[in-house]
Unconditional design. Sequence first.
Length: 279
Amino acid sequence: MDKGTTLQEDVAKGAYKQSLKTLLPYGMLATKKWLAEQGLSAHALDNAVKTDTLLLLATGVYSQYSRSVSWEGVVASMQRMERREGEQLPPVVVGGLSALSLSGLSQYLSLGNTPHIHLYAAGKLPTWLARLSLPVEFKGHSTSKLWPESLSKDKAFVKEYVWEAELPPVYFSCPEKAILEVLTDLPENVSFEHADELMQGLVNLSPRKLDTLLTACKSVKAKRLFFWLAKRQAYPWFSKLQVKDYDLGSGKRVVAKGGKLDAEYLITVPSHMASVSEG
């Protein structure tokens, strides 16, 4: 009888560990709330921590004990948990400078010792992100004044980064979308010179994707800056875009304080770059 009970307990324990490995593969993390939604009880979680099956990374956040979690694992896990049922994409993606870096189009390193991972979402990022101890810093950017909700849900403008086989990918903005995301941060967090360098590397953008993005984009500043920077490079894709087809707003915009007004796009730009643009 006792042996039978022990055997049943062993079978149950084995099944539990197997289900835990399926829910929380090595390299991924999950919140207590999400694990509970998948059917794991608070008692089972406590036992898993006590038996070193799970590691408590921060209050209410767990991972498999035998492996550390990378920033890719954190983002892939967050995207998996935040993704709503029936939707193709999570509400938060890697974007801007980080997305260009994943596409091999930016060698940008954050100033200081801590690399930044730029995340774009209509809402706020989960609070548990800030509680994790990682050698990177996650920077949240709101897309509410940049993209309509329909575009944020369109898979045509998102790529998948397979950071480890058999684990969920990291979703990130395609280059056409990422450069517009970067330009919303200019000049406060990204310099004109850096944006110009990034544009120099964007040789093979898709005019079709750009057309849809520029039509949907809600940031007049980003669109004007995009056309001003793109004109400087004059890549073949630029000639396929007609400025008059897009809403660039009205009036002059001060972007570079103390800069020179660009007569075509009505934005102020650094004086040392204006002459090249108009030459």
